[in-house]
Write a protein that binds this ligand. Structure first.
Ligand code: HEC
Length: 165
């Protein structure tokens, strides 16, 4: 009998701890998802916004989205020329047009990138659009050679000692 008064407070403490833990678990089950989501959603929402901005059809209105300045379609940054519609329709479906406009390659190089995307990234068969797209890319996003001096060939330089006097 003498043990009882000692045991009771201990039991109460254990019970309290169990209650707090249960409440915590309960709270997590109820609200945990939405709490985590609000953290996760922020960057996602921004990505989606960037995606929309990069891909057209944003809130800016149809007029803005079709503006062309100096031969460049403003919204996408793509050259506004033959094949533009097809390239915009095809090449901005998964990523921003920036990936296109920031790259330079020969026709073969572009073809390779398309094959790579078809093999690895789920790009579909482009069918009769492919030559149109390749012509466009090769014409407007070719390697820049004009107006840019060649890299120095260090090996070929004949060094000499400059002698004063
Ligand atoms: C089915 C989706 C899809 C479509 C459609 C698509 N791409 Fe891509 N593309 C990708 C993915 C995914 C990547 C890799 C993105 C990354 O690395 O962030 C990529 C990367 C690229 C790159 C960068 C390659 C590199 O070496 O870094 C270029 C250039 C490119 N795409 C051009 C195009 C062109 C041109 C078209 C239109 C013919 C096109 N893409 C259509 C999915 C696609």
């Amino acid at each position: 009998m003498s043990q009882r008064p000692d045991l009771l407070p201990a039991l109460l403490v254990i019970l309290n701890v169990a209650l707090v833990v249960c409440a915590g678990v309960f709270f997590y089950l109820l609200f945990g998802d939405s709490v985590m989501e609000s953290y996760r959603n922020q960057p996602q929402a921004m990505e989606q916004r960037a995606y929309r901005l990069g891909n057209g059809g944003g809130a800016s209105g149809a007029e803005d989205s079709e503006k062309v300045v100096d031969g460049i379609h403003v919204q996408t940054g793509l050259a506004f020329a033959e094949g533009f519609d097809i390239v915009r329709g095809t090449c901005t479906a998964c990523h921003s047009a920036k990936l296109v406009t920031q790259n330079r390659a020969t026709r073969e190089g572009w073809e390779e990138m398309i094959r790579w995307m078809q093999a690895k990234q789920g790009l579909w068969d482009l069918g009769t659009n492919e030559p149109i797209i390749l012509n466009y890319l090769a014409a407007h996003y070719a390697p820049e050679e004009v107006g840019r001096r060649a890299n120095l060939d260090v090996e070929a330089i004949e060094w000499y000692v400059l002698e004063l006097e």
